[in-house]
Ligand binder design. Structure first.
Ligand code: LLP
Length: 463
């Protein structure tokens, strides 16, 4: 799903299987800063360190598999988004990428707001002490109980996703004697260039209310009539892992078009627009993501230009990056269990995790890179498939990658750019125990989400 091109490179084995593979990197020991967290480097013994802690020590202390998160990098990325958008805009980190109480506190300290999309995420944010008015609540089918909790807590905005929800939120807010700030999520009819499962602005899908046919305008009309709703703006999220800014441009153009229609019909200028998240990151060296300041500049310019043309006051912009903040900040540390060479076919490297800690390869055909991290090696590159320990052949972590030919059981390997949508989409398939998340910073490692235990599993089994 990364947009990496994969020309067939020089071949390093007699027979190579059909498939996508790039040329082997010139230096297998090198760690491309594009895909590795900022503080990742090798120490004088060739062992990879992050935040000043080496991976061998981490493996001893917390075991493998483990998600290892560079706290300094996470904070720096959050800060870069905040700074890029300045004081006239708001940055809501999308908690679905990865959320824990520590993350909420980091975001709070770095001045970001939070987008939650379930009661569980809301509970996490509130329990970490985030001010409720800095929370946006999303989802295409929020339950009445979730809505009640959000309104009671006083969340800063609820993003309304259907006609039924407009009435539902209005009703619950009235019952609670509150006036709830809301945005209305629209689908602008853009085909984002990304995997079909994570594109969200074309009309035929479950999110949002289509601009087409006047449905979004009708939703605004109805919401404006309800006293218990304070309609503060329009929301659009076009998809995820996007590199091309043109989709955002079209979205901004159409959202501003709706603001203009609303002004013309109701005499009201809605004060905010949210352009969602979706900015892509580098999973392999071939991906070239945009920097937050470029994105901020592009989005601000588009909205300002469109508003000037429509003679509207420029609304306050908000954005919701998830992957672009969390994704590059973590890698998954695995121990190699077996190396199986199938004559003339392929070499399989089995690790002690798999699709239960990273479903993205199986689900979206996502591409990842991998490196030997417990030592360096001068051995020849060997084309491998990194697979997990689950009971199915689709349990692939990295489809095609080069590792040194002397790779052996007990070696530690790591898959970078797993900070987003890996722990948050992890499962207990085959009763796997979900790995911990270890935050490292200034020579210290701190478990922020602990490893599951068999007791955790059995506690739920009450039959
Ligand atoms: N805002 C809304 C309303 C969203 O639905 C999402 C993601 C975001 C913001 C954050 O998007 P980001 O900046 O992280 O791309 N599981 C998939 C990604 C699903 C994204 C869902 N919504 C994956 O692993 O690629």
């Amino acid at each position: 799903m990364s947009r990496s091109a994969h020309p067939a490179g020089p071949r390093h084995a007699d027979v190579l299987p059909e498939g996508h593979y790039a040329a082997p990197p010139v230096d297998l020991n090198a760690l491309d800063p594009k895909v590795w967290a900022q503080t990742v480097t090798r120490d004088e013994d060739g062992v990879v360190t992050v935040g000043g802690v080496d991976v061998k020590t981490l493996a001893e202390e917390v075991g493998t598999p483990a998600y290892v998160l560079d706290e300094e990098d996470f904070r720096a990325r959050a800060r870069a988004w905040r700074t890029a958008f300045g004081h006239d805009a708001d940055v809501f980190y999308a908690g679905k990428a990865f959320l824990s109480r520590a993350v909420v506190r980091w975001l709070d300290e770095e001045g970001l707001n939070l987008d939650v999309c379930s009661g569980g995420e809301l509970a996490t944010a509130l329990s970490a002490g985030l001010a409720p008015d800095r929370i946006a609540f999303h989802g295409n089918n929020k339950t009445p109980a979730e809505i009640r909790r959000a309104v009671e807590a006083g969340v800063g905005r609820i993003v309304l996703d259907s006609f039924q929800e407009i009435v539902r939120v209005a009703h619950l807010a009235r019952e609670l004697g509150k006036r709830q700030r809301v945005q209305i999520r629209v689908t602008v009819g853009v085909e984002a260039h990304t995997h079909e499962f994570i594109a969200t602005a074309h009309e035929d899908q479950k999110f949002g209310i289509p601009l087409a046919g006047g449905q979004a305008a009708e939703a605004v009309r109805r919401a404006l009539q309800l006293d218990s709703l304070d309609v503060i703006g329009i929301h659009s999220h076009i998809g995820s892992q996007i590199f091309d800014m043109s989709g955002f441009e079209v979205a901004a153009h159409r959202v501003v078009g709706l603001l203009k229609d609303i002004r013309d019909e109701h005499g009201v200028e809605l004060p905010e627009i949210d352009l969602g998240g979706g900015l892509g990151i580098a999973y392999t060296s071939e991906d070239d993501p945009r920097e937050p300041h470029e994105i901020a500049k592009a989005l601000t310019e588009i909205v300002t230009r469109e508003c000037e043309a429509a003679r509207l006051r420029t609304p306050r912009i908000s954005v919701e990056p998830g992957r672009a903040i969390a994704g590059p900040t973590a890698f998954t540390l695995y121990e190699v269990g077996t190396v199986k060479s199938l004559e003339g076919l392929r070499t399989y490297v089995s690790v002690d995790g798999g699709m239960s800690d990273n479903i993205r390869t199986a689900l979206y055909d996502a591409e990842y890179s991998v490196a030997l991290v417990s030592r360096t090696s001068d051995a020849e590159p060997m084309l491998v498939r990194v697979v997990g320990k689950h009971c199915e052949s689709g349990d692939i972590v990295v489809k095609d990658a080069f590792l040194p030919a002397d790779l052996a059981p007990g070696d530690l390997i790591a898959v970078p750019a797993t900070g987003a949508y890996c722990r948050s989409m992890a499962s207990n398939y085959n009763h796997a125990l979900r790995p911990p998340v270890v935050a490292v910073r200034e020579g210290e490692a701190r478990v922020i989400v602990r490893r599951e235990t068999e007791e955790d599993l059995l506690r739920l089994d009450v039959g």
